[in-house]
Ligand binder design. Sequence first.
Ligand SMILES: *[C@@H]1O[C@H](CO)[C@@H](O)[C@H](O)[C@H]1NC(C)=O
Ligand SMILES: *[C@@H]1O[C@H](CO)[C@@H](O)[C@H](O)[C@H]1NC(C)=O
Ligand SMILES: [Zn+2]
Length: 580
Amino acid sequence: MARGEEPMLTRRPSSHNDERATEEDALLTGQRPTRQPAASRWARYREIALFTWGLVATAAVIVLAVVYQHQTSKTTSERHGERPNGKRNLVFMVSDGMGPTSLALTRGWRQYVNALPWDGTLVLDKHLIGNSRTRSSSSLVTDSAAGATAFSCGHKSYNGAISVMPDHSPCGSVMEAAKRAGYTTGLVVTTRITDATPACFASHVRTRAMEDQIAEQLIGDGPLGRNVDLILGGGRCHFLPNTTAGGCRADGRDLIEKADEHDWNYIGTREDFDGLNLGSSVKLPLLGLFAPTDIPFEIDRRHVDDEYPSLEEMAKTALRALKDATKDSDQGFFLMIEGSRIDHAGHNNDPAAQVHEVLAYDRAMQAVIDFLEEDDTEGLMVATSDHETGGLASARQLNVNYPEYLWYPDVLANATHSAEHTARLYFSHLSSSQPSKADLRKYLPKLINDNLGIKNVTPEEIEYLIEHPIYAPWTLADVISKRSQTGWSTHGHSAVDVNIYASDRHAAKKLQGNHENTEVGEFLRWYLDVEEEVKEVTKELRDKLEISSGESWLGPIPSQEDLAKVETHLMSPQRGFEQA
Ligand SMILES: *[C@@H]1O[C@H](CO)[C@@H](O)[C@H](O)[C@H]1NC(C)=O
Ligand SMILES: *[C@@H]1O[C@H](CO)[C@@H](O)[C@H](O)[C@H]1NC(C)=O
Ligand SMILES: [Zn+2]
């Protein structure tokens, strides 16, 4: 046989394998493999030809396999990131202010508390598919308003913008478009429903501070009428006049009464919520507002479970109610669920509050995944954060001689309440009993031990709390942070990329890898197939803006100072107290 005619296919694998075997042996024995010098020039040519043929054959096999697999599984559109054809449900979850370190912190803490092995991960960890870049049009560090506008409109805008563009004109949201296309819609949050993230899905104002106007638009008293069918969360304050208990509207209107005119079924207590039977006894539209402002942090809420529902319970209720409501419909539902107060724990730099918030969100995600697995309708959960808050680090250098790579989850495990709650107790003690400094030196160590589980608070820390009570929420959070060696770099937000999650990585293929936050927004409208409706809604909003010359619903164009003032207020240590 001539050299060129040698049956190459039969020889190639064995020579290839021989070489691999030699190298693997070498790895075990530590001996260098010895290679035979090529017998001749022809042998070298033959080797090149064999190698080339091997490459071509392998490539052909791969191409055929891909083509074959594509054809066999084409029926399930989910598998290859194609848009589904029929009825579908979309759940979009937002973890406000949750960065990658929030996961490491919560995972480590949970492993410690539940005595889990080092691979005991969170539900979130199992559904990671990518990450998102978060900058806004006005800053590398976004706020929640610009972040949520990227999700709702698919556009970058300025910090403070509630579904308006950088030129202050309104942009149609994916929820308004979905409603127009026949979907049933819902919003579930643990903060005020008038806060930036939920606001962006069903209202348009030029600064997030306009919460009175946001409340009007949410119930359908805005330019587009009602676009939400189910609301569960906090924030009664901006629905009630400031002359009534728990109300803060400046215009004296009672929107709960007004909601009745828009057919809303209003509920406001835990008892009412229990009457919904986790969603099986819901009549839409449903407006459930369970707190004047924010629902308490999970670390505090679990002690008053008879007053406030958890995020998981609200998520389950919403899913069941929306499923039942769309039973006989051609269109499914679009639901936004936000773990809102991970952000607030970050603003306060409170690691104990943070891990409980993240874990509550993790449980809500499990509930969503369980629902989607059991439900017959095609459905998808996509989740991300708008930004990171606090510049959190799961390590902290306390002095120049830093000898250990450690942080201490057991310190967080001993805290029974948030720093915010503890500071509230301190404030009410100050105002009710006008204590002397000597009294406070006895009172504060006990307060800190009872609520934060810390026995070795220093005299310096106590004196600081006495001299600067207004900073108590931050000072108390720092007492825990230092002892657990948890680091923070800001009381505001940071620019780190945040994670993207999905219940089905194939169906959410477009979001695998690293993306701009606006691409998450584009994905939502693409999956629901409402891109045309978004354009229609945007046009209608702009037409109506021209007609209503007063621009009352959108508000005046805010100055830089106005926008900065809102952010400063949101970051202040007193934030939680003025509203409560
Ligand atoms: C209610 O709001 C109005 C308008 O901002 C204000 O003038 C009034 O003082 C407020 N009332 C209370 C009780 O806060
Ligand atoms: C947590 O509390 C337990 C029980 O009081 C105590 O033994 C332990 O030392 C505490 N851990 C920390 C880090 O303070
Ligand atoms: Zn924030």
